[in-house]
Ligand binder design. Structure first.
Ligand SMILES: Cc1cc2nc3c(=O)[nH]c(=O)nc-3n(C[C@H](O)[C@H](O)[C@H](O)COP(=O)(O)OP(=O)(O)OC[C@H]3O[C@@H](n4cnc5c(N)ncnc54)[C@H](O)[C@@H]3O)c2cc1C
Ligand SMILES: *[C@@H]1O[C@H](CO)[C@@H](O)[C@H](O)[C@H]1NC(C)=O
Length: 560
């Protein structure tokens, strides 16, 4: 019988885990090494070893209706994309509302998690912690949820770059970056075009003399804004789109979407164009980067090759002299020093996890690692679903396949992802947003039943199928059902609109918005008749019409 569950860390993942354990009648005990909740989102003036760290200006890249917990919508007046401090505020509201703090032991660090001597029978874990007075404590738990984060150990590959020892400028990792103060008037190179690299390069370019952004692969750059200025993730992450990407050829979707992107700024002209196609990898989310390039404040460069005195050498042979700072936005290595080394059985000594969650080699499935994945969507709703599944597995009401089967699945998913992410370690971390959520929801028996929904509640069905896949969808029925879920879905666009209502503007009549749609429809039909052989533009027209239909439906919600 599983009763007591250890939760390692009180970041957003740890909080969700505590709540889910309580929901399921379990007894969570959470250990948090710092003196506060929020993890990554609890901004610190200087980084602390073994902990994740963010820069002062960080604004989320996923919108509030998509990234909230499934039974706790964000306050209506929150901006759709908020500053990191406001997200922390939301986590405080969540913790207060569900009274989660009483389960958290602050300033208590988990040093080791080991299988107890009778593990094969009991599935229990021995845990050693250190509290603020450096006193060691030993505990026994029935199960463990690891929520310690994986942006903790910066990857700083300095020795890969010849001439580093004699370089006169200063090199540091984005983990150490707080703001652009130290870069004022300087010449700065930013290495890496992940989300942090993009943000940091843009920010530095506002105060530096010149900023260079060095990238090996380039990137597709998308803004937070979709058509009509609505949050991009809300228009992109829908069940309809998920279905379309399954049935339409990838080439076609890539072609159409890349074309739209290049329409705003030609990725080749701007030196951004990557070698991969748009759907292959997570695009860079950044609203300002192209503008900084257009203004010449930010200069795109090739991959960094090495250093020479005060200069930096790039792979195309060019050299930039008199560089003061080099900021490495080169990512992190997930590291779980307190876990048994035997669990790190991947080809590169990394954790191997079934569905990025369960170590397949354990004789009893009583440990799960939360949040160790990458996806083109918000992290929190997935972690919450991971927790819902994990506790079902702990209590035996959901079963894992046999070890061999799990290893097979891990390998085949890794192979599939290798096409987009040639690094095996990274390939193993990628999950598809809706399919992964649905898979787990199926295990927990909370996946919406679409046929029943269509017959019983067609209005809700339209929102669930055509609208954004917001987390509330997984609280409509089954264990853990939330009575407010239907209402939360029907009012989600209302909460999107709320923060904009700071200056009343008379409503426009919907018919005016409708006419371009009719024009497009007419245009597409004419085009189809004129060029029977040009199947691609016709299909793209069809996709656009669908898009228009969706926008129209959305407008209907919007205008009430
Ligand atoms: C710059 C940046 C921007 C991001 N932006 C977004 C975004 O916009 N949207 C999004 O969905 N995701 C975003 N993410 C992903 C982010 O990682 C997750 O959203 C989320 O914060 C992960 O939370 P966590 O609780 O798993 O980890 P963390 O927030 O890192 O929390 C881990 C906690 O565990 C504690 N801990 C660690 N080790 C121990 C130990 N041994 N004993 C006790 N306690 C321990 C730490 O003190 C910490 O409080 C971003 C990540 C980064 C790096
Ligand atoms: C948001 O930024 C973080 C940090 O770089 C990144 O890990 C995450 O994947 C981004 N989210 C999306 C949806 O791109």
């Amino acid at each position: 019988m599983v009763r007591r569950v250890a939760v390692v860390g009180a970041g957003s993942s740890g909080l969700a885990c505590i709540k889910i354990c309580v929901d399921e009648g379990l007894e969570p005990v959470c250990f948090e090494s710092s003196n506060d909740i929020g993890g990554l989102w609890n901004f610190k003036e200087s980084p602390e070893p073994e902990r994740s760290s963010i820069y002062r200006s960080l604004v989320v890249n996923t919108s509030k209706e998509m990234m909230c917990f499934s039974d706790f919508p964000m306050p209506a007046d929150y901006p759709n994309y908020m500053h990191n401090s406001q997200l922390l505020q939301y986590f405080r509201l969540y913790a207060d509302h569900f009274e989660l703090l009483r389960y958290v032991h602050f300033q208590t660090t988990v040093r080791s998690v080991t299988q107890s001597s009778d593990f094969s029978l009991s599935g229990q874990w021995d845990i050693v912690t250190f509290n603020r007075n450096e006193e060691e404590e030993r505990h026994v738990f029935d199960a463990v949820l690891v929520c310690s984060g994986h942006y903790t150990h910066p990857s700083l590959p300095l020795s890969d770059f010849p001439g580093y020892e004699t370089f006169s400028g200063r090199c540091f990792h984005s983990w150490d970056y707080r703001d652009a103060e130290a870069c004022r008037g300087k010449r700065v190179v930013v290495v890496g075009i992940g989300n942090s690299g993009g943000d940091i390069a843009v920010e530095i370019s506002r105060s530096a003399e010149k900023t260079f952004l060095s990238t090996r692969q380039g990137a597709w750059v998308i803004g937070r804004m979709s058509s009509n200025g609505l949050p991009l993730d809300m228009t992109a992450i829908t069940r309809l789109n998920n279905m379309l990407t399954l049935i339409l050829p990838n080439n076609l979707v890539n072609w159409a979407a890349e074309r739209t992107l290049n329409h705003k700024y030609d990725h080749r002209l701007y030196g951004l164009k990557p070698t991969h196609r748009l759907l292959d990898k997570k695009p860079l989310i950044n609203d300002d980067l192209p503008g900084r390039i257009l203004q010449g404040a930010l200069v795109m460069k090739h991959n960094l090759k090495g250093f020479k005195d005060s200069g930096v050498v790039f792979e195309d042979g060019t050299v930039e002299e008199n560089i003061d700072n080099v900021v490495f936005c080169t990512g992190y290595n997930g590291n779980f020093p307190f876990l048994p080394p035997a669990l790190s059985e991947g080809p590169h000594g990394e954790l191997t996890l079934y569905k990025t969650l369960f170590p397949p080699s354990l004789l009893q499935p009583t440990l799960a690692v939360m949040g160790l994945f990458q996806t083109k969507g918000p992290i929190m709703p997935i972690v919450e679903m991971q927790a819902r599944w994990a506790v079902k597995v702990f209590t035996g009401s959901s079963r894992l396949p046999a070890k061999e089967k799990m290893l097979e699945v891990i390998e085949s998913e890794r192979k599939r992802n290798m096409k987009s992410y040639p690094c095996p370690r990274k390939a193993a971390l990628q999950v598809d947003y809706i399919p992964y959520l649905d898979f787990m929801a199926e295990e927990v028996r909370v996946r919406p039943n679409f046929l029943r929904l269509l017959l019983r509640d067609p209005v809700l069905w339209v929102s669930v199928f055509f609208g954004p896949c917001t987390p509330y969808q997984y609280r409509l029925s089954g264990p853990g059902q939330w009575a407010g879920a239907r209402q939360a879905i029907l009012t989600q666009w209302e909460r999107v609109a709320q923060p904009f209502r700071t200056r009343a503007v008379p409503k426009s009549t919907p018919s005016v918005r409708f006419s371009p749609w009719l024009l497009l429809f007419g245009g597409t039909v004419t085009m189809a008749v004129l060029s029977k052989n040009e199947i691609i533009p016709v299909l793209q027209g069809a996709a656009e019409i669908l898009d228009r239909c969706k926008m129209f439906l959305r407008d209907c919600w919007f205008t009430g």
